[in-house]
Design a protein around this ligand. Structure first.
Ligand code: ZN
Length: 262
């Protein structure tokens, strides 16, 4: 099998009318500069105080429509972005989530309502992006019933078929050079620092031509079921990430100790 050169999809999470206005303007400029067609993960009815960084932007939905018309893909990013459930997710990276473990009837209602809100603003959501990677088999059933059969999640190195939907994996949160495979780079507009944006800009300067739309990713890497070795690799990547998350507070404490001793 020939190794296909790496391609990247950019995903922007936590978009809603109260997104940090100045930062979001910088991201829009970056999308325009490099003609990017990212996944835009939109919270339909945000109630998460952390995503209320600016007064509601009356122009927000028009911006989303324009970006979609230019080739970006709109994703349903949960419903209210309130992660009060502790159910087990199909991608078990975090303990709390909005959807995993919630009664199927409720999940169905949230998904139907979320899609109706986005469609009411003239958008055409085609993917699911779960807040905190939290979703279960009931979520996928509800999504399939609503005609959403694309999920952005998982740690394989190419799009794949599982549980009756197509998964476009999302594995990185910053620019990383890869030799092969399809890599989704996820950014959060409110919390990305100037340094992180600059690093991405430099990466785009070298690799913008390797960034593709959702359609491009699926055309370049036609999804099939993962082979055993690929499943094991993805599970290993998830385990390493879980460990890194678990160690984060310890590392922070260590860093504090070493900096206070200088
Ligand atoms: Zn989110």
């Amino acid at each position: 099998m020939t190794r296909k050169a790496a391609q990247y999809v950019l995903r922007i999470d936590d978009l809603c009318p109260t997104v940090a206005a100045g930062r979001w303007a910088q991201w829009r400029a970056l999308l325009a500069e490099f003609a990017l067609r990212p996944i835009l993960a939109v919270v339909p009815d945000n109630r998460d105080p952390e995503l209320q960084a600016s007064p509601p932007d009356a122009d927000f939905w028009a911006q989303m429509r324009a970006l979609e018309a230019a080739g970006s893909a709109i994703a349903l990013h949960g419903y209210r972005h309130l992660c009060a459930s502790r159910g087990r997710s199909l991608v078990a990276l975090h303990r709390n989530s909005e959807f995993a473990g919630v009664a199927e009837q409720t999940q169905r209602a949230w998904i139907a309502e979320g899609l109706a809100i986005l469609r009411g603003h003239g958008l055409h959501p085609k993917l699911w992006v779960a807040p905190r990677h939290g979703f279960d088999a009931a979520t996928l059933r509800a999504l399939r019933e609503e005609g959403i059969v694309l999920v952005s999640d998982g740690f394989a190195r190419r799009p794949f078929l599982r549980d009756g939907v197509t998964w476009i994996p999302q594995q990185i949160w910053g620019p990383v050079e890869k030799e092969s495979g399809l890599w989704t780079l996820c950014v959060h507009p409110a919390t990305a620092t100037d340094g992180e944006m600059e690093a991405l800009r430099r990466f785009l300067g070298r690799h913008a031509g390797e960034f593709v739309s959702v359609e491009g990713a699926l055309a370049g890497f036609p999804p099939t079921r993962l082979r055993l070795a690929e499943r094991l690799q993805a599970e290993g990547a998830l385990r390493r990430l879980r460990l890194a998350h678990a160690l984060r507070p310890v590392r922070r404490r260590l860093r504090r100790c070493s900096s206070s001793s200088v």
